[in-house]
Design a protein around this ligand. Sequence first.
Ligand code: PMM
Length: 339
Amino acid sequence: MRTSGVPRRALARWPEALPANGTVGSVTDLVRAETPVVMGVLNVTPDSFSDGGRYADLDAAVAHGVRLRGDGADLIDVGGESTRPGAERVDAATETARVLPVVRELSAAGILVSIDTSRARVAEAVLAAGAYVVNDVSGGLADPDMARVVRDAGCPWVLMHWRGHSRGMRELATYTDVVADVRDELSRRVDAALAAGVAADRIIVDPGLGFAKTAAHNWALSARLPELVDLGFPVLFGASRKSYLGRLLADPAGEPRPTAGREAATVATSVLAVAAGAWGVRVHDVRGTADALAVWSATGSPRLATATGPRQATAPRTAAAMGGTRPAEAATGTSGGDR
Ligand code: PMM
C-alpha cells in the first residue's frame, strides 16, 4: 500500500461547508436533507460479508470510492473492521492503517467520506484526515470516548442500534417488541449523545439491520420504519445485500441467494425505506439504488401512508423527552456468519 501525501488538518472545529463537488452545501444541509442521501459502502477489510478482500489495496479502494461517487453516492462509508456476525475484532492500529490513506485520498478528491468505526481513536485520526461523518455501529456504546470526539469535531454522528460485538450478537437477538425496543434503545443513545454535548442537528439514527436481529426482526423494522422516523431524527437504513434478503430469495432447496444476487431486493428495500421516511440508505451498489430513487423523486416522492405521518411533522422524541424508563441495554455478546 502506498500512502497519500495529503496533509492532515487540525481538528479544531468542523468546517460547516462541504467539499465543492457535493450535492449539498453544508453539514447541516446534509443532515437535514429532504432528498434521500445515498451512502456507498467501501470496506477496506479482508473479511466483510459482501465486499471483503476486494479493496484491500489503496488504489483499488480509492478507485472504487470514486466509482461509487460517480454512480450517485452522496457519501462514501469507509470501514476497516468487519462487523459480520462472528467476526473477530482487529486492533485499533490495524483498523486505522487500513482506512486512513483511503480517507485521505477520497477527501482530497473532494469526496464526502464517513468513517464506519466504533473506536474513538480511529474516528479522531480519520476526521483529522478529512472524513466528515462518523458512522458508529455501536451507537456510542463500544467506546466511551466517542461522544467527546464527535462533540469536539462537531461532525454528524450515525448512532446505530447495537447490543454487542460481532462474536456474540446472535445471542442478543431477543426482544419483547423489536420495533419498540429498538426505538427505546436508540432514544437512550440519542439522550446520551445530547447529554455529552453533541448537537441535536448532528445526530442520525439507524435500526442496525442484521445486528442482533433475526430475519423476522429485520422485516418488522422495515415494515414499521415510520415508528423510528417518529423519533424526529434522520434515519439511515442499511439493508444492502444482507442475509435476510438472501433467505427471502432462497432457491427451491432452501439455499439462500448469494450476496451478488441480492441487488434488486436491495433496491426495493431502499425505495420502500425512503418512501417510509428514511433520510438515507447505505448500499454496496449505488447505481441501482440511485436510479430507483431518481424514479421515486420524478414521480413526486410519494410517501407510504403511515400511522404516524411524515417525519417533518414530528418533534424529536428522545428517552428524556418521553420521560420513560426502559429495559437496560445489553452491551456485550458473541456469534457467526453472513449478515
Ligand atoms: N451495516 C454494516 C456495516 N455498517 N453501518 C450502518 N450505519 N448501518 C448498517 O446497517 C451497517 C453499517 C454491515 O456490514 P457491511 O459493511 O458489509 O454492509
